[in-house]
Design a protein around this ligand. Structure first.
Ligand code: NOJ
Length: 516
C-alpha cells in the first residue's frame, strides 16, 4: 500500500493496513528489504543496513509500524541480506578505493589470471561470470548475483562483527526476527576451486554443479554465530533462504537447534499439481527436519510465478487455489503466505517496456519476476486502492473484480477461506502442533492426519477433475472447513465427498485415533 502517491508501497501504507492483517489473522509480517538501496535488485542491494530508504519512509515511521503491529499481536520480520551489499555501500566504496584500503578484505578481491581473465570459472546466478574486473585497482571482485551486488567476505572477522552489529541494531529496536537472504552462499571454497560441470554442461548457472561456491560446510559455523546473537534476545526467530544441492540437505541448516529456526522449504514451488508429488514432498520434508527444528511450507514468493497461475485450471476456476490454501494451512509447519495469494492474485501481464526486474535484462525477459510482484489489489477503484499515483508496476487486469473489498464482503470468498482456516488452525492444537501422518488414499487424492493426544484432524484433497470419496477412516466429525463454501459436514469422516479439486479438513473425535 502506497501512502504518498509515488506509486511504491511504503511503511505508512502497511501501517494503514495492519488492522486488516489482524482481521485476517496472520501472526507476523515479513517485509522484503526496506533499507537504503539504489534498487538495482529492488532492495536486495543494500547500501546501508541500519536505515530506511526514503522511498519507504523513515526510522520513525518504522518504529510506529513496529509498535502498532505489536499492539495488534503481529510480529515484524525484516529481510537481512548477508551475502552481498550494494556497490554503493560505504564499505564497498572504501574497499574498492585502493588495494591497501582498510576494508579491502571485507569483500573478495583477486588478481586476474595471467591471461587477464577472472580468477576461476564460477558464474553469477543472475548471468555472466561471478567476477567483475575493477579497472581502478586491476583486480576482480566476486559478485554472485548482479555486478552491483559485491559479495561480502565472511571469512574476515571484522565483517562478521559488523553484520552481527546490524542484527543487534534491529533486535534492539524490537524486531522479531529476520528472513535471511541466500544464507547458503555466505561461505565459499577458500581455495576458489572450479565447480565441476553439471549433467547439462553450459555457460549458464545450471551448467555447473555448485559444490564450491555455495553450501560450503563453513556456513554452519557462521550460522551458529548468527544464532548466538538472536539468542541474546527473547522470542526472536530466523528463517533462511537456502538452495541446497541435494534437497534433503536443507535440514542441515537447522543444526542441532543452534542454527536457523526455520529453513525455507521450497519443494512446493517446483511441484506440479499432483497428489502423489505433493504427498512425497510433504513426507520428505517432514522426515528430514530434525527434532529440534520445525518445518515450514511456501506456495508462492517474490521470485517465482504465483501459484494461482502455476496451478491454473480453466475448467474449475479457482478450486485449486482454494485447495492449495487448505493444504498450506493444515500442514505441520509454519505457513508462509505471499501478499495477495489470499485473494487469489495471479501473475500480472507486464509489457516489456515496463519491466523493472534486472533479470529481464541480464538473463531473459521470460525470467522477469515482475509478473508476481504487481501491486496488491485493495479495492476496485483507480490504482486498485494501492496508489493514487502511477503504480511502479502495472496493476493486474483482474483487480476490479479480485480485490480485498469485494472479498471481505463475500462470505464465500477465498479471503474468508484463508481467514477461517487461520482461525481454525489457531484454535485446534492438532493443527498448530500435532504430528503428521500420511493416510492411504485413492489415486489422485492426498489424505493425512494431524494428531496430538487430545486433538485429531483429518485432511483430504482431491487433485483430480472428478467427484470422489477420498475414503477417510471412520471417525465422528465435529467441525470442518471445506473449500466449497457451505458444503455440509458429514457425520462420519468416511462419508466425505469431494468435488473436482476440492479439499476438506475435519476435526474428529480424538479418542478414536488410528495407530500405525
Ligand atoms: C534471493 C531473493 O529472494 C531475490 O529476490 C534476490 O534477487 C536474490 N536473493 C539476491 O539477493
Amino acid at each position: 500500500m502506497d501512502s504518498n502517491g509515488d506509486g511504491i508501497g511504503d511503511l505508512e501504507g502497511i501501517r494503514a493496513k495492519l488492522s486488516h492483517l489482524a482481521w485476517l489473522g496472520v501472526d507476523a509480517i515479513w517485509l522484503s528489504p526496506i533499507f537504503p538501496s539504489p534498487m538495482a535488485d529492488f532492495g536486495y542491494d543494500v547500501a546501508d543496513y541500519c536505515d530506511i530508504d526514503p522511498v519507504f519512509g523513515t526510522l520513525a515511521a518504522f518504529d510506529r509500524l513496529l509498535a502498532e503491529a505489536h499492539a495488534l499481536g503481529i510480529r515484524v520480520i525484516l529481510d537481512w541480506v548477508p551475502n552481498h551489499t550494494s556497490d554503493r555501500h560505504a564499505w564497498f566504496v572504501e574497499s574498492r578505493a585502493s588495494r591497501t584500503s582498510a576494508k579491502r578484505d571485507w569483500y573478495v578481491w583477486r588478481d586476474p589470471l595471467p591471461d587477464g581473465g577472472p580468477p576461476n570459472g564460477w558464474v553469477a546466478m543472475f548471468g555472466g561470470p561471478a567476477w567483475q574486473l575493477d579497472p581502478r585497482t586491476g583486480q576482480y571482485y566476486l559478485r554472485s548475483f548482479l555486478i552491483e551486488q559485491p559479495d561480502l567476505n565472511w571469512r574476515n572477522p571484522e565483517v562478521v562483527a559488523a553484520m552481527h552489529g546490524v542484527l543487534r541494531f534491529w533486535l534492539d529496536r524490537g524486531v522479531d526476527g529476520f528472513r535471511i537472504d541466500v544464507i547458503h552462499r555466505i561461505a565459499k571454497d577458500p581455495l576458489l576451486r572450479d565447480n565441476p560441470p553439471s549433467e547439462r554442461p553450459g555457460p549458464g548457472f545450471g551448467g555447473q554443479l555448485h559444490v564450491h561456491d555455495e553450501n560450503h560446510a563453513d556456513v554452519h559455523a557462521f550460522l551458529r554465530g548468527i544464532r548466538a546473537v538472536l539468542d541474546e534476545y527473547p522470542e526472536r526467530m530466523t528463517v533462511g533462504e537456502i538452495d541446497p544441492r541435494i534437497p534433503d540437505d536443507v535440514a542441515k541448516y537447522y543444526g542441532r537447534g543452534d542454527e536457523l529456526h526455520l529453513a525455507f522449504n521450497f519443494n512446493f514451488l517446483r511441484a506440479r499439481w499432483d497428489a502423489e508429488l505433493f504427498g512425497r514432498e510433504i513426507a520428505r520434508f517432514d522426515a528430514v527436519v530434525p527434532l529440534e527444528g520445525w518445518p515450514d511450507y511456501v506456495l508462492s514468493n517474490h521470485d517465482v510465478p504465483r501459484h494461482a497461475s502455476r496451478y491454473d485450471d480453466p475448467t474449475h476456476g479457482e478450486a485449486r487455489a482454494r485447495a492449495a490454501a487448505l493444504l498450506l494451512l493444515t500442514l505441520r509447519g509454519t505457513p508462509f503466505l505471499y501478499y495477495g495469494e489470499e485473494i487469489g492474485m495471479r501473475n500480472g501481464a507486464i509489457p516489456p517496456e515496463r519491466f523493472q526486474d534486472p533479470l529481464a535484462r541480464t538473463l531473459h525477459p521470460k525470467l522477469s519476476r515482475d509478473p508476481e510482484r504487481t501491486p496488491m489489489h485493495w479495492s476496485a477503484g483507480a490504482g486498485a486502492g494501492f496508489t493514487t499515483g502511477e503504480p511502479w508496476l502495472p496493476i493486474a487486469a483482474d483487480a476490479p473484480l479480485r480485490n480485498v473489498d469485494a472479498q471481505r464482503a463475500d462470505r464465500a470468498s477465498l479471503l474468508w477461506l484463508y481467514k477461517d482456516l487461520l482461525a481454525l488452525r489457531r484454535a485446534t492444537p492438532a493443527l498448530e502442533a500435532g504430528a503428521y501422518r500420511a493416510l492411504d488414499a485413492k489415486q489422485g487424492v492426498l489424505a493425512f492426519e494431524r494428531h496430538q493426544p487430545a486433538s485429531r484432524v483429518l485432511v483430504a484433497l482431491n487433485f483430480t477433475g472428478d467427484v470422489c470419496s477420498p475414503g477417510l477412516p471412520s471417525a465422528r466429525a465435529q467441525a470442518a472447513d471445506h473449500t466449497r463454501a457451505g458444503a455440509p459436514l458429514p457425520a462420519n469422516a468416511a462419508e466425505l465427498e469431494l468435488g473436482p479439486s476440492e479439499a476438506a479438513v475435519l476435526i474428529v473425535d480424538a479418542s478414536a485415533r488410528a495407530h500405525g
